[in-house]
Write a protein that binds this ligand. Structure first.
Ligand code: SAH
Length: 234
């Protein structure tokens, strides 16, 4: 399931350059029975299968080798994954992500092995793998040099608490749809000011809650007041 994440794109380059390291472990390799069984029926009856505790404990203990590496269980019941948590995880030198399947994992994994549970959103996936992929991708962007220009991460949505500004490229006129004139002005100061305003405006239109949460700089406050006034006039 991790083939495609490792086969191309920015992460592949980061792996080749030794900036990040990803190791995928198969729980079956840590199963005790000769049938390599990793799941079993739930005690108390009911639907589905549950991942057994032993293979998960054994896998984590082997990877840890006595060192204490933070263990995160992917779960819809976990702390919601966002930009802040991505930055937090990027500061750690190693993390272990445990992917569940079926009805989930034996509760003792949550009680005694995992340091925390992480959810990528309020919906239920069939397995933790796509969630692990999302986390690996978003966290890797905060590892220095993984993304081309350090600047581009800083400009991206959420980094400053608001969205990125709009982007345009060639052609100048696409089916009558034109690129804003200011971007051809060559006046970098005015372009920066336009971008800063657009970023604020887009965030306000799409996610006003982000603006409410952010402590706006005096410049942004002024811009924001102007945007509100302009909108009212329209
Ligand atoms: N019965 C469980 C859901 C199990 S889904 C419940 O209702 O809480 C199977 C596995 O998919 C989970 O163990 C978890 O590892 C993964 N998963 C499902 N939804 C997820 C989400 N939103 N975020 C992260 N992992 C998720």
């Amino acid at each position: 399931m991790f083939g495609s994440i490792l086969s191309g794109g920015v992460l592949r380059k980061a792996l080749d350059r030794g900036l990040i390291e990803i190791k995928v472990h198969n729980l079956r390799d840590f199963a005790e029975s000769k049938h390599k069984q990793v799941d079993d029926r739930p005690f108390g009856g009911g639907r589905g299968m549950v991942l057994k505790p032993e293979p998960i404990f054994r896998a984590v203990e082997k990877i840890n080798r006595g060192e204490k590496i933070p263990v995160y269980l992917l779960s819809p019941q976990g702390r919601r994954f966002d930009d802040r948590l991505a930055k937090e995880l990027a500061r750690l030198s190693r993390v272990i992500l445990v992917c569940g399947r079926y009805e989930g994992v034996d509760e003792r994994v949550i009680e005694s092995l995992a340091d925390d549970e992480i959810s990528i959103g309020d919906y239920v996936l069939t397995g933790g793998e796509p969630a692990a992929w999302v986390i690996v991708d978003a966290v890797s962007r905060f590892i220095p040099q993984v993304v081309g220009k350090a600047d581009s991460v800083r400009q991206d949505s959420f980094f400053r608490g608001i969205f990125d500004h709009p982007h345009y490229t060639r052609p100048r006129n696409f089916r009558g749809l034109k690129v804003p004139e200011i971007l051809f002005s060559g006046d970098h100061k005015r372009i920066e000011e336009w971008r800063a305003r657009k970023a604020l405006e887009k965030t306000w239109m799409k996610r006003p809650d982000l603006i409410d949460r952010k402590k706006l700089s005096p410049e942004d406050k002024k811009r924001f007041e102007e945007i509100k006034k302009e909108r009212k006039q329209k």
